[in-house]
Design a protein around this ligand. Sequence first.
Ligand SMILES: Nc1ncnc2c1ncn2[C@@H]1O[C@H](COP(=O)(O)OP(=O)(O)O)[C@@H](O)[C@H]1O
Ligand SMILES: [Mg+2]
Length: 268
Amino acid sequence: MSDALTTGANREKDDPVLEVEGLRKRFGGLVATDDASFAVERGEITALIGPNGAGKSTIFNLVSGFYEPDAGTVRVDGTDVTGKQPHEIADEGLVRTFQTPRKLEGMTVREAMLVGAGDQPGESFLKLFTDAAGVAAAERANVEAAHEMLERFEIGHLATQPATDLSGGQMKLVELARAMLAEPELLLLDEPVAGVNPTLANTLSDHIARLNDDGVTVCLIEHDMEFVMNLADPVIVLDRGSVLVEGSPDAVRADDRVIDAYLGGESA
Ligand SMILES: Nc1ncnc2c1ncn2[C@@H]1O[C@H](COP(=O)(O)OP(=O)(O)O)[C@@H](O)[C@H]1O
Ligand SMILES: [Mg+2]
């Protein structure tokens, strides 16, 4: 952690948090990501939009280490993280949520929050043997941090509920709160309001804006255009695995190439 802080302090303020260059990923005969290059600037909320199958989620999987690229580089805060494991990339400050939340059967919301929590010394048998008190204290601290985070998202009352009892929208809130436990510098959100009712979508939008005000850089994928246009600037449009257009919400909305891409995507 202190390493990351030192690196951050030495870094130019206007260096991008995320730089993607010439990224490529093929699945059999299908090129899902085709020479994609873009940057996410510090402090901004950048949206990644594009027709279904354009390769948006694949890019998130590539930059967060869940897929290995066939070519290209990913840099987080200037550090080359290409081919690294998700937890190593999370240590660099990049944390993501999933388009489809993971299965959480048999878990309470609080337990779901702690899956993948950074500091889990209980996993080291030797440490458990030699420092049981330290392990218990760390676990208590994790539970407390999870509670505080749920409170920050105004869902503290859900902590002891079975995770499977939540609505889709509440689940999205929990995912967001869970991601924030890792104290990310850059938060990647894959369709944070998909299938969420309009009221809860507004709540999520407010939370994301607040996190951004607090200094978290955000990159999000979303189909809900009103949500994107209200929250994000700039907007990057992906089509067939490559960046088609990048610009302000208004510029992107008025761009014929973008309209064509969406129409083409629908008939494909
Ligand atoms: N793990 C995978 N195996 C095979 N094909 C995949 C895999 N992940 C994505 N694809 C394919 O890559 C293309 C882009 O998918 P995706 O990145 O999920 O698009 P988007 O998120 O923009 O809708 C699609 O044709 C999809 O079927
Ligand atoms: Mg997707």
